[in-house]
Each structure stands twice: as C-alpha cells, then as structure tokens.
Design a protein around this ligand. Sequence first.
Ligand code: UN1
Length: 495
Amino acid sequence: MLSTQTHKNYIDGKWAEPKGAKTFESRNPAHQTEVVGVFPRSSAVDVDAAVQAAKKAFRGWRLTPAPVRAEFLYKVAELIKTHKEELAQLMTREMGKVLKEARGDVQEAIDLALYAAGEGRRLFGQTTPSELPKKFAMSLRMPVGIVGIVTPWNFPMAIPMWKIAPSLVCGNTIVFKPASDTPLCAAKLVELFIEAGLPAGVLNLIHGSGEEAGNALLRHPDVQLISFTGSVAVGQEVARAAADTKKRTALELGGKNCILVMDDADLDLAVDGAIWGAFGTSGQRCTASSRLIVHKKIVKEYTEKLLARAKELRLGDGLLQTTDVGPVINSSRLKKIDEYIQIGKKEATLLTGGKINAEGPLQEGCFYEPTLFGDVKPNAVIAQEEIFGPVTAIIPVENLEEALNVANGVRYGLSSAIYTRDVNRAFHAIEDLYTGIVYINSSTIGAEVHLPFGGTRDTGNGHREAGQTMLDTYTEWKTVYIDYSGKLQKAQGID
Ligand code: UN1
C-alpha cells in the first residue's frame, strides 16, 4: 500500500509549503476509500512565487546550450525507464487505467523525452541569401519565456512530458499545474527531473484546482504561453484570459472521433479496432473511437461481432491481470457519463451496458459498463458530444460519401479511421476527412510521438503537439541580418 503522504509544491529548487493551509486528496478511482496522497490547494500567492522562480531561472537556462539542456532529458528518460513499473502501478492506482496501458503512458513519456532531447542538436533555423551583396541572412529559434503548463488526468505522464520536454529543450522555464485528479503522477515525474539535476527554478510544480491555481497562472502577466489540454469550455476560458494578458496559447481540446467501416473491410480487424479505440482507457482519451460509421450492407454482421466482443469485456481494478476495462476517473464523471447514457436510451437502441456497475467489489469504485448503442442518428446528442467514457455509437450509412459527411459533421476534428481494402476509398478518405490525424485500417488511438498530434476546429487552436511541430509552440523566431559591406545598404532597391 502507498502511504498517504502529504505533498508539497516544488518552487525554485525546493519543496515548498503553500502559503495557505488548504489541501485536497487524490483517491484511487477503483477503491475510493484509498487516499493515494494529500496535496496543497495552492493560491495565487503560491503561483506567483513559482512564476518569480521561473523568471529568475530563465536567463541562465536560455543561455545554456541546447545540447546541454537536452542532456537533462536523456537523463530523465533513463530514470523513467528504471522506474517504469513502479510509475505504471502508481498511475493505475491514482488514475485507474489498466496496468498495461499505464505502462504505455509511461513509455510515451520516455519516447517524447528522447525525441525532444534529440532536438537539442537540431533546433534548425534557416540561412538564406540576402538581396544585397556582402550581407548574410538567417533565422534562429529562441525560447518564448515562462511557460504555464496545465495538464489533464487521462495521460498523467505522457501529456505533461509532451509539454515539459519541448519547453525545456527550447530554453523556456516552466510552472506546471497538473490535474487535481493525478497530482501524485505529476510529483513523481518532477522528482525524476530533480534527480536528473535540473537547475533550480527551471521546472516549478504547483498543485491545486483549476479555478484557483490554474486561473492565477493563466492570468499572470509574466507568463508568456499557456499550454493546456482539457475541455473546450475551459480552453475557451484560457483563450479569453490569454487575450487580456496577450499570451500565446496552445490548446488541445476535445474529440468525437470516428471509425468508418466500409462493406469491403476486414470485419474482424475493424471489430478489434473499435474495441480498442472505444473501450481502451475506459474511453477516456481525446482520441477515443466514440462513433462507428458503418456501411449498411455489413452493419448487421458487424454489430453482432462487435456486441459479442463488447459483452466479454471484464470490468475491474486495473491492477488485476483479469481486467480489460478499468474505472472512470471520479464519481462526478461517472454521473455525467450516466446522464449521457440516459439521453442515448431515448434517441437510439442500447445494445449492451448502459449502467453504473456497483456490484460486489466494484461498489467501491467508479465503474461504468462498456456501452454500445446501435441505430444512432448522426445528429443524436450521443453522436455529437464528447462523453469521455466507455461508450460508442454505431451510425449506419449508405456509402462512403455519406460516411465522410457524417464523419465531418461534428464540431471536433482530432482523429478518424477507415477500414477498407480498396486503395481508392482509402485515399478518398485521407483527402476528405477533416481531422488532424487519419488512420487506415487501424483504430483512432495510438498516435506516435514523432508525428504531429492535434486537430481541427473545436479540437484546438491550430497548433500541433509532438513531432517537429512542437517546436513552433515553444519557440519564437528571430531573424538576423549581418551586413559585412562596411557601408549603408538599403533593401528594396532604394539608393
Ligand atoms: C489524449 O487522449 O489526450 O493517440 C492523448 C493516443 C495517445 C495519446 C492520447 N498516444 O491515443
């Protein structure tokens, strides 16, 4: 058992008591009586102390050569590798996802740290001829400054690393406010950065609520960038507040991702993809396959196969080998999911699941049964809104054209997939699916760290995490002209 330690913030290279005395608990969603840690409910005063520390450290960090900054990321990656199993177990306890997926989450943090570390010896700019003789021109990346990182609970190690690693390699200093559902995972990650020897003030950790600590961070005038992953509603608030203090924002918001299953698809493969995409992480991924858009010719056969598999899924504590689907994050999310299911029951056919499971050992936790709806209309609430739970909706369609219209007929644009054996259909889908990520014959989840991650429309605000594109979020461009002619030369042909 974990001891219920009382934790602190980490500011300016020291574990710091918050100014106020308020705390909050992090509990295991599979056994809600188990408190995994007690954390400070920080206020604007604590946030300000962290921002001041980040400001103080900025010059030294910015002037540290990028390959040297990258060395810390290589070390962190090694440390995470060494502690991988312990971190995964802790994650399952705090957040609920099944152990093998928790291992994947930790692995994604390792992958990103290594990938970002490699950028320490790239961070390429451009050189280009000048229009004038004896003059040289180039562009360089420079850090943005103080970065506020606000992360969700669903990928409690991978998503913080998506933001921390590129921030650091690009020369920024950080105030990190993790989700209040997964503060222990965040604290463990920060501990490893400390062990790697990161200089004081470069990475500061502030625990607390979004309303108090998060809000203070996003309104702080000395923070230049807020990198946020979470709901659309909060993302809009972030953008509004950022407008007042003229911050850059990188917003990674919701999804209503779909799998298109064509009549020529390998149906068993498309069933595998849907089971993994819809019920993996209990459907709590922005990339979850929450809509299955299925050709009418095969919808009956596909539904039967899928239903049989969905019914076999075993709900339980993610630490048990026998569990396929873990709990959802907390009781208010459990209720929210159930509200959507009640709406769904009126607008479509419930095929399996559809209720909170509070039987036997499961009564201690937040368990929702894997839920499948059939005969769903494209404009139904359950086919439009992000539910963020173990539920998916089968939407029958006549042909590819209609499938693509239905796929694009939502406010989000993160991930999509098509199962077909016809190369023409596959390319038609690649061309027309208006999402940031498209999969062919593979599910909507499982993005790799060296490719851009993000989406269109309400999913974000145009940036992409991971891949080379992450550098654009965490750097400013500096254009440099060097005139070695020894005389005044005027551009644009002026004599
Ligand atoms: C998320 O759900 O916010 O592609 C991130 C995936 C994971 C990342 C998901 N690699 O499903």
